[in-house]
Every structure is written in C-alpha cells, then in structure tokens.
Design a protein around this ligand. Structure first.
Ligand code: GDP
Ligand code: MG
Length: 163
C-alpha cells in the first residue's frame, strides 16, 4: 500500500495552502480566518519515484475558539493512527505557541516519523523563531513558504526519506 502522509498543526498555519501547492491544484479551502469545516481531504502525490497519499487533517477544523484544542488533539490522534509520516506545521512568522507544544508532545510520544515544518518563511532569511523550535524535540525545522512555493522540494525529499 502507498504510504500515508498527514499534515497537522494549528488552524491558520497554512496546512491547506501547502496541501494545494503539493497537489498542484486547489482542493482544500484556504481561509484567512481559522474555522472552515470540511471533511478530511486526500490527494495522491508523485515525487521522483515515490508515490504517497497526502491528507490535510485541517479539513476538519473547528468553528469555535473553545474547541480548537480538542479538535487539534483529535487531528493529531487521527494522524498518529493513520499516517506513516506526519508533517507537523507551525508558523515561522508567529513562532512557537502553547498549542504547538501540546501537539508536539503527542506526536513525539507516538514514535511515528514527524517532520517539523515552519511555514510562512517567505524570504531567504531564517525565521527569527527558528531556534525556539528545538525545544519541542522534533529535530531540525524545515522552512517553507507554501504560498510562494519555497522549500517544498526539500520537504518532499525529507518526507520520502521515511518511506
Ligand atoms: P490552515 O488553516 O492551516 O489550513 O491554513 P490556510 O492554508 O488556510 O492558510 C491560512 C492563512 O495563511 C491564509 O491567509 C494563507 O494565505 C496564509 N498563508 C499560507 N501559507 C503562507 C505562506 O507561506 N506565507 C504567508 N505569508 N502566508 C501564508
Ligand atoms: Mg485548512
């Protein structure tokens, strides 16, 4: 069976933007405000000689602020159950948050391969928050700009290393 790769992270970090960029088309809904509810979204991806299924877990994003933590835990649990590789996305502009730490703890404990991605790094300069992310114990962050399509090839290479 093809490996399954799931993208998890807080609302609004850019999961759906990355998903659409890799899918090469607009499947997931990208919203300026968090809170678009949709089913999980899948796409089949081919990268070099690799084939995998990519899931945007944020398709099931919450509508109210109060249930965001619970929804994120559910997303992370789903990813841990179903995915072979988990892409954990945070916001390189905003930096590390308490919710990021909470998801990171769950993912680390799962022992699944996790790739930490800092999105919204839109220039060649490193995120000013880069080194803060070492604290969550998920290794070297990979910096991307999903909107501009920067760093996506490096991310796909990193994903494929885990197949
Ligand atoms: P999701 O909730 O994690 O799926 O996030 P979305 O993909 O819906 O994106 C949330 C917001 O972040 C939207 O306004 C996007 O246009 C914006 N965004 C996504 N990726 C980038 C990026 O690489 N750079 C910048 N500057 N904005 C981004
Ligand atoms: Mg989304």
């Amino acid at each position: 069976a093809k490996p399954i790769v799931a993208v998890v992270g807080r609302p609004n970090v850019g999961k759906s933007t990355l998903f659409n960029k890799i899918a090469g088309k607009r499947i997931a809904i990208v919203e300026d405000e968090p809170g678009v509810t949709r089913d999980r979204i899948y796409t089949e991806v081919e990268w070099l000689n690799y084939k995998f299924t990519l899931i945007d877990t944020g398709g099931i994003e919450p509508e109210s602020e109060e249930i965001i933590p619970a929804q994120m835990r559910r997303q992370a649990e789903l990813a841990i159950e179903t995915a072979n590789v988990i892409v954990f996305m945070a916001d390189g502009k905003q930096g590390l948050t308490a919710s990021d730490r909470e998801i990171a703890d769950m993912l680390r404990k799962s022992k699944k391969p996790v790739i930490l991605v800092l999105n919204k790094v839109d220039t060649k300069e490193q995120s000013p928050h880069y080194y803060d992310f070492y604290e969550i114990g998920l290794g070297d962050p990979i910096e991307v700009s999903s909107a501009l399509g920067l760093g996506i090839g490096d991310l796909l290479d990193e994903i494929a290393k885990n197949f």
